[in-house]
Design a protein. Structure first.
Length: 347
């Protein structure tokens, strides 16, 4: 077990964040805001932020490769996001979707906006020309200038599928792609199991393991702990990199007051048998001193009564406001994460 080495008085030059879509992107906005405005201890506008994004939500639709979490991070940080929806392009139009519906082409429930389609066309053409997803992402980011280095967790195809009850099927269940569970079914039926297809054979994308081992700090933002952070950790080699990095690893709970703030973390936590609480998610990720991946875990003030159980399990834990209501509030969360990482370890 390596000794976490908080750069106590020193500068925080490199931060690596393992991110899903909307929650991760909002956190990153606050982190960058904090770094640029001197709100993060040890950090400056020059601090390099690397984002390892979940790609297990990706899928092919209408012949296009769509990468929701990569695009949500890229559009959010590149100021192209639709703020109300939280995903997709601002000032979007939907002519292509309407025309596809007029042809009766399924599925009609997945929203592909016209502006967004341009991104997927560029990506799909480049993939078909033989570029890797990492190379494609780098090319797309040349336009969006997100202010971070954005890496897919893997260049290999990895897809989350969800098993749901289906009385009409001989097995009593049916397996659907994550997008069908979330977008078509609104996660309104219980998830019975989470299957991450292709994960065992996947390798981390170039730069991912180095971003973890060479960082001054690794952060797990408030992202879905199963289908975003969980799928990144499941790429062979990533968990080991987190366990062995000299950098402190801290996370922020996506569960506040016993519920997810938005999304469907509660449904997928239930599917893997983890209680929907800030403490249970922290313990599920686990203390590095006890075989897990975390040194520290922030919970919301409402969950302050859970700090003791986390600390007893070897996790440094603090209760602070964890609602990403605006950039300042989110920057304060990022600052609290860095401060937690820099706390001297108990003797
Ligand atoms: P997704 O890809 O759109 O699912 O987004 P993420 O994987 O990044 O995670 C969204 C998760 O972040 C949700 O499941 C929520 O539990 C959590 N979340 C969203 N907003 C907030 C917030 O303001 N505060 C906290 N603590 N968690 C949040
Ligand atoms: Ca996602």
């Amino acid at each position: 077990m390596p000794t976490p080495n908080p750069p106590s008085a020193g500068a925080v030059r490199r931060i690596t964040v393992l991110s899903g879509g909307v929650g991760g992107a909002r956190f990153l906005q606050g982190l960058l805001h904090g770094l640029r405005n001197g709100l993060v201890p040890g950090g400056t506008a020059e601090t390099e932020v690397t984002v390892v994004a979940n790609t297990a939500d990706d899928w092919w639709i209408h012949g296009l490769k769509v990468c929701p979490d990569l695009d949500t991070v890229m559009y959010t940080l590149g100021d192209g996001i639709d703020h109300e929806r939280g995903w997709g392009r601002r000032e979007e139009t939907w002519s292509a979707k309407t025309e596809l519906e007029a042809y009766g082409v399924e599925p009609t429930w997945f929203g592909l906006g016209d502006r967004d389609i341009a991104t997927h066309l560029v990506r799909t053409q480049m993939l078909e020309a033989g570029y890797t997803l990492s190379q494609v992402t780098e090319a797309l980011c040349r336009r969006w200038q997100p202010g971070v280095r954005l890496l897919p967790m893997s260049d290999d195809r990895v897809e989350t599928h969800i098993a749901v009850a289906d009385p009409d099927s001989p097995s009593g269940r049916r397996v659907v792609h994550f997008q069908e569970y979330w977008v078509r079914m609104h996660a309104a039926v219980p998830a019975e199991a989470v299957l991450v297809v292709g994960q065992d054979q996947a390798t981390p994308a170039p730069g991912v393991l180095e971003a973890i081992s060479e960082a001054d700090l690794v952060v797990l933002p408030p992202s879905n702990p199963v289908v975003s952070v969980g799928t990144i950790l499941g790429v062979p080699g990533v968990r080991e990199a987190l366990r062995s990095t000299p950098a402190p690893v801290v996370g922020l709970s996506p569960i506040v007051g016993g519920d997810h703030v938005r999304g469907m973390a509660a449904q997928v936590l239930a599917a893997i048998g983890v209680e929907v609480s800030a403490a249970a998610v922290g313990l599920h990720l686990g203390a590095r001193s006890a075989g897990g991946v975390l040194d520290g875990w922030l919970v919301d003030e409402r969950d302050a009564d859970q700090v003791a159980v986390l600390e007893a399990a070897g996790l440094r834990a603090r209760a602070v406001p964890l609602m990403m209501t605006d950039h300042d509030a989110t920057a304060a969360m990022a600052a609290a994460a860095v401060a937690l990482a820099r706390e001297p370890r108990p003797a």
